[in-house]
Design a protein around this ligand. Structure first.
Ligand code: SF4
Ligand code: SF4
Length: 424
């Protein structure tokens, strides 16, 4: 086991500050589900006092959103997220992965297979799902109970043409920017990617969409499956190191954080120095789309004011992992009537497969946001992450708040660049 891990758990002074901020602890009220508990558990596991094969160890280590709220609050900068990720890697050596995560890893490593699976899912979607156009964002509702989803769960509608297919003609052009949409925008929320493309066209900024890009690997990495995550990471690093664009715009905050922060960590852990260096070099070119627009264009001055009442939710991997919080707010304030909600940076509870594995806890965490959203009196909940849009539109639907629409910051910027009443 890595000596850096030992340093991390020794840095924890057991002050308990993480208990006051952890969204999972707030629901579970149990020490093993908080950062301090994870750190203690891992030190016990490594010392051999607790057996990795015990079920409880597995459950405790997976019931964490990796939201890094505890890392931000910790006075000693204990990197609990790293501890949990590495511990999960140890856990799967003993327990293996659940079947659906094994299938997910196979699909994510092969674009053609993934496209095939989604094409078929689209064909059969009317059998499994019904349309739900009334919710906070158009979506599908499961008709039946399935092994990984309960009846009545909302999922994003599936796109007929993926983002990569839509912009196939832009694959080989020179582009000042190279675009990395991420799986959710590629297969479901393509309209968010379209909004960014619209903005780039209006600003006359050239871009390309490399076709051979794969999933960033976050879903497998966060499951502890470092081997498959490394396969995906190496392919993306090789592809994007070759493109001659100034920036690689990664539209999903989780993917951006994975490429910028977790690729170097992953290769450091696997002791692959060649790819660790390549990952660090690539990280310098990775940028969030809203941050790019804020830092590199005059678009803020060009936005019109729209007659919309908005509030904003900070995605964990945008605010905490990339320190991007003021830039989206600057755009939203210019384009609409903005009210800051309470606890805007509180995790929405999605956490990728956390929302499948620990559905009840995930929904309880999301429910805590509803009151703050309602109190803001906003008609539009704006955020910068598709996974948050998926989670929050579902929880608003469950609370009969479908009149509050969930939109992406890029969609608001695109609308405000088109028109508005110019009062701002
Ligand atoms: S806040 Fe940091 S130092 Fe304090 S108990 Fe939690 S992890 Fe340990
Ligand atoms: S990463 Fe988030 S969910 Fe996990 S222990 Fe820290 S605060 Fe809790």
């Amino acid at each position: 086991m890595d000596s850096r891990l030992k340093e991390t758990w020794e840095s924890c002074v057991k002050c308990g500050i993480c208990r006051s901020v952890c969204p999972v602890f707030k629901e579970e009220k149990s020490e093993p589900y908080v950062a301090r508990g994870h750190i203690t558990l891992l030190s016990e596991l490594v010392s051999g006092n607790v057996d990795f094969s015990e079920y409880e160890a597995k459950d405790y280590l997976y019931k964490c959103l990796l939201c890094t709220t505890c890392v931000e609050a910790c006075p000693n900068n204990s990197e609990t997220d790293t501890i949990v990720e590495i511990a999960r890697h140890e856990v799967i050596k003993h327990h293996g992965l659940p079947l659906y995560k094994k299938i997910m890893a196979i699909l994510l490593k092969d674009r053609a297979l993934m496209d095939f699976a989604f094409r078929n899912a689209t064909l059969f979607s009317s059998f499994l799902f019904k349309r739900n156009d009334d919710s906070s964002r158009a979506s599908l509702k499961t008709k039946f109970e399935t092994p990984i989803m309960e009846k009545g769960r909302l999922i994003p509608k599936l796109t007929k043409k993926t983002f990569l297919q839509k912009y196939k003609d832009y694959s080989d052009n020179y582009g000042y920017l190279s675009l990395f949409p991420g799986c959710l925008i590629n297969y479901t929320y393509t309209e968010i990617g379209d909004a960014f493309v619209n903005i780039l066209k209006k600003l006359d900024i050239s871009f390309r969409v490399p076709q051979k890009q794969l999933c960033c690997g976050a879903p497998v990495y966060f499951a502890g499956n470092f081997e498959d995550a490394a396969i995906l990471a190496r392919k993306n690093i090789d592809l994007f190191s070759r493109v001659n664009s100034r920036y690689i715009i990664v539209m999903e905050p989780t993917c951006a954080s994975m490429i910028k922060n977790d690729y170097p960590k992953l290769f450091m852990y696997l002791e692959d120095k060649e790819y660790e260096k390549k990952a660090r070099d690539l990280a310098k070119k990775v940028l969030d789309p809203v941050k790019f627009l804020y830092d590199n264009t005059d678009i803020l001055d060009r936005l019109k004011h729209l007659d919309m009442k908005t509030t904003y939710h900070d995605p964990c991997h945008l605010k905490r992992a990339q320190n991007i919080k003021d830039e989206p707010r600057a755009f939203i304030k210019k384009a609409s009537n903005f009210t800051e909600m309470k606890e805007a940076d509180r995790c929405c509870g999605n956490g990728g497969t956390f929302s499948i594995d620990y559905r009840e806890t995930s929904l309880k965490i999301a429910s805590r946001k509803v009151e703050h959203i309602e109190n803001s009196k906003a008609d539009y909940l704006v955020t910068g992450c598709s996974a948050c849009i998926m989670q929050l539109s579902e929880i608003l639907h469950r609370h009969e708040d479908d009149h509050i629409k969930t939109i992406h910051t890029l969609e608001l910027i695109d609308m405000a660049l088109d028109g508005g009443n110019n009062e701002g």
